[in-house]
Ligand binder design. Structure first.
Ligand code: SF4
Ligand code: SF4
Length: 299
């Protein structure tokens, strides 16, 4: 059996700001809500959302004999988060201005796993960073990291929603599990729903991805036209207005330092950019995911 305290200490040592530990349970209530979301067609062009639905709510299908989900979060808040003016026309979601988090977080999780296995060779597990249909937000809630806000993102009391998540799914039990937070939440606030410029938050915790700028600018080619309100990769509008994000502290882990400032790059500079320049300046960031051509189209 693993020690709850030892796992949390390891998480801090490798650079995470938060760590919570939940049992690897199945979430039937979320499964029903998710199926209703799919029935409405709110997944639009995100075809992968319909695949592996059985695995999404049953982690034992991802890791045989799964007992424990260790959910880790790291803040990425920087001066760019919430720092745009109404004149900015080439806005990029602030997480995308740093090195690609998939690699950084995977490395941190694998370091934890290696050290857990060194102390107990029977520990088996896998590290996940957006790499499997794991319902990570609900595990984060169960692990006491925060709650799901009205804009459908995880909100943590200390770092708001400016956090990136990664999970270790382990075949081993832990001597103590965390429990969901009881005393915080969105209360009467509706700022994110009011701030969404395209009406993509159709009801509490329900996003119509066909109307979401973030999906339009990054994911599969959209089938409909949408005013992107100056966003060329991602969209932070429903986060920038959140009171928890406004008072959140800046990130501490240097792996998430911004590598560039979109406020200093004009539309003309983007459209004149060559693939070579793009690769050399932005090749290690998430912008690489959709590529220069898509950014030019979004402009
Ligand atoms: S990311 Fe932008 S478009 Fe999508 S729900 Fe949030 S505010 Fe609306
Ligand atoms: S803006 Fe308000 S309603 Fe939306 S997630 Fe933040 S606290 Fe919750």
């Amino acid at each position: 059996m693993l020690s709850h305290n030892a796992i949390k200490t390891l998480a801090t040592e490798v650079g995470f700001d938060l760590c919570g530990i939940a049992r690897a349970t199945r979430f039937e209530q979320n499964e029903q809500a998710y199926n209703r979301w799919l029935e409405h067609g709110y997944d639009s062009t995100l075809e992968y959302m319909r695949r592996n639905c059985d695995k999404r709510f049953d982690v034992s299908q991802l890791v045989e004999g799964a007992q424990t989900v260790v959910v880790c979060a790291v803040s990425y808040k920087s001066a760019i988060s919430g720092g745009y003016s109404s004149d900015d026309k080439c806005k990029i979601a602030s997480y995308a201005c740093a090195r690609d988090y998939h690699k950084s977080i995977k490395k941190m999780l694998l370091s934890m796993l290696k050290q857990l296995q060194a102390s107990d060779p029977s520990v088996q597990g896998r590290a996940f960073v957006d790499s499997a249909p794991l319902f990570e937000k609900q595990y984060a809630v169960e692990a006491g990291l925060g709650w799901i806000g009205r804009q459908s993102l995880l909100i943590t009391p200390e770092y708001g929603s400016y956090v990136l998540l990664g999970e270790l799914v382990l075949n081993t039990e832990v001597d103590m599990y965390d429990t969901p937070l009881q005393t915080v939440g969105c209360g009467e606030c509706h700022r994110c729903m009011d701030a969404c410029p395209t009406g993509a938050i159709v009801s509490e915790m329900t996003i119509n991805t066909a109307r979401c700028i973030s999906c339009h600018t990054i994911e599969a080619e959209p089938q409909t036209q949408l005013d992107l309100h100056g966003w060329i990769f991602g969209c932070d509008e429903c986060q920038n207005c959140c009171p928890y994000n406004r008072r959140a502290t800046m990130h501490r882990n240097p792996s998430f330092d911004p590598l560039f400032d979109p406020r200093t790059i004009s539309a003309e500079q983007w459209t004149a950019m060559s693939e070579e320049e793009f690769s050399s300046q932005f090749g290690s960031t998430p912008l690489k995911r959709s590529g220069l051509e898509r950014i030019k189209k979004n402009i």
